[in-house]
Write a protein that binds this ligand. Structure first.
Ligand code: SF4
Length: 294
């Protein structure tokens, strides 16, 4: 039996980092502070808005379908907002926070006005303390994990509809591994077929139905990236992280503050203890949380 604790865990977010750049993957997913032994994370207003709204909507799956609309979504949003309010949520002043909170409230109001799939039966993937996960490859000891926002049950076809809540304005790129990953998780962790997938843009209320990838292509695409992540980690163990997770454009220089790009520079600031980064607490996954100065 393979050992889950020694496995390489991959997700949409970590593979997305790796595809942007292996060093970004290292900084965000592997690096641990020499002082605290914790990984590092950056909080931002966009992320906090997404977390608060997702918590409210995903929490509805815990209620029977006919009781969901009886819950006070606005009150629940206020409760969730308290957890991200202020610097710990990445907000540097009250105007900025008010603007983001108002956007969240509008999204919740849109859902109350037109709850779409949320009033229908849904399915939850089994999970323990960790996100739903399965062995993408036992031979390679790679585990794929992820949290699907909503799985609507479609009674006529006895199948499932994957729904992803979008709180940002940016469209998911066509090359994104998100749907392939969700499809693989559904296929591995429950018996019904997935027949539909949609992105729900909560600000505009638009639903964009997406074509489902076929399972073999999804597996091939996800496994290819996951295997590269695993290979890089194995190589780094042998040769050292700084020689494997290198910037293809030349390294960041903490003395001149030059080099790096928008993706990695904030992490480099944290590591080099630049005053561009401020520690604001410890996150839910025991990571050191930072806010970045504008
Ligand atoms: S500057 Fe280099 S290390 Fe940083 S994210 Fe861009 S490519 Fe990666």
């Amino acid at each position: 039996m393979p050992d889950k604790y020694s496995a390489v865990w991959v997700s949409h977010s970590s593979m997305g980092d790796f595809l942007k750049c292996p060093r970004l993957y290292y900084l965000h997913n592997m690096y641990k502070s020499k002082k605290t032994g914790r990984k590092i994370s950056i909080v931002s207003p966009h992320m906090s808005l997404g977390v608060a709204v997702h918590e409210v909507l995903e929490g509805l799956a815990n209620y029977p379908a006919n009781e969901r609309l009886d819950t006070d979504l606005r009150a629940k949003f206020e409760e969730e907002w308290l957890k991200v309010s202020g610097k710990k949520g990445g907000f540097t002043d009250t105007d900025e926070e008010d603007e983001f909170k108002m956007r969240g409230k509008d999204m919740i109001n849109n859902v109350i006005k037109d709850p779409k799939f949320l009033v229908n039966k849904c399915v939850k993937l089994k999970r323990g303390e960790m996100n739903p996960n399965f062995y993408l490859s036992e031979d390679d000891n790679i585990i794929l994990n992820g949290l699907i926002d909503w799985l609507e049950y479609l009674p006529l076809s006895d199948s499932l509809h994957i729904v992803d809540f979008k709180t940002g304005k940016k469209e998911e790129s066509e090359a994104s591994l998100q749907l392939p990953i969700y499809l693989l998780l559904c296929n591995a962790l429950q018996k019904r077929k997935v027949t539909k997938a949609s992105y729900w843009y909560l600000e505009s209320g638009n639903i964009v139905e997406k074509e489902l990838p076929d399972a073999d292509t999804a597996y091939r695409d996800v496994y290819t990236v996951a295997r590269k992540v695993k290979d890089a980690r194995v190589k780094a163990k042998r040769e050292g992280e700084d020689s494997v997770f290198v910037c293809p454009q030349g390294p960041y220089n903490p003395t001149t503050l030059s080099g790096g790009c928008m993706y990695c520079r904030p992490y480099e600031w944290i590591i080099s203890e630049s005053d561009m980064a401020e520690h604001v607490g410890i996150g839910g996954f025991n990571q050191d949380m930072y806010i970045i100065k504008k």
